[in-house]
Design a protein around this ligand. Sequence first.
Ligand code: C2E
Ligand code: CA
Ligand code: CA
Ligand code: CA
Length: 279
Amino acid sequence: AKAAGKGGMVKYDQSMSERTTARVRLFNRLRTAESAGAFAVYYQPQVRATDGRIRGAEALLRWRDAELGMVPPDQFIPACEETGQIIPVGEWVLRQTCRMVRRLEEAGVPDLILSVNVSVVQLMQSDFVKTAARIAEQEQVDPRRLELEITESVMMGAYDEASRRLRALRDIGFNTSLDDFGVGYSSLTYLRQFPFSTLKLDKSFVKGLPEERTDCAMVRSIIRIAEDLGLETVGEGVEVDGQRDVLAESGCTWLQGYLIGRPMPEADLPGFFAGWPGF
Ligand code: C2E
Ligand code: CA
Ligand code: CA
Ligand code: CA
């Protein structure tokens, strides 16, 4: 918005209406995204903290719009959740990821785990468990090769139902992970209540390592608790050696971050794994 007057009031109003226009535009463009083939799944590698052995990768949705350019997921995923579009889009991401499991198996990289983000809107669909199982079966992928990542805020409200569904997914063989651990509420309660196999340590904790003493202390304690509860841990947002070192010394199981690799197009992943030297 152009500056208008000294009060700033007009300017504020303008930018408000600009934001609304941008929002409407985003929703409109988003509706065309699937049929335009404008979505892509990128993959970010995960490796073992101690020696760099490959674990797998996290699938991350990308949207490149002809008019808007690349739109960050933090902007378009909430929009997809509002409209319900996240349901077909989320199924598409899971299917693509299944195909990547097959592709990596065929390339001779066995026993990988690929993670997929699952929105609250998806998990709360009454047929979500069936749908996830059906997609894995249709794509002939063992659910043990997949991990469903759920953000803790997801569980607010529908506690018992969410817990039952996670249990059902575990029973089928899916790994389940609690995403962004530590940034929301009641985190420890969630860990006790829900059948997760993996805890993802939010990158806001990793960021301060190795300098910030409180972050080091938090990270160590969280990993200890996870270990005691029988959960594996993934440290997110690992960008530098010092962060890797603290995580490895603290017993973190797996690492994910730019230090290992950025999210990459699907065509690049098999080659990345083939050329990965370990630590
Ligand atoms: P997330 O699940 O916490 O994903 C990790 C985010 O951290 C990704 O952002 C990734 O690109 C970024 N990241 C990875 N390594 C580093 C690092 O070393 N440093 C820093 N600063 N950042 C790093 P991205 O791809 O922009 O995704 C943002 C969020 O959008 C994701 O956060 C996830 O909540 C959501 N999202 C992405 N794909 C999907 C999807 O298919 N379905 C759903 N429901 N949500 C998705
Ligand atoms: Ca995630
Ligand atoms: Ca995360
Ligand atoms: Ca996040």
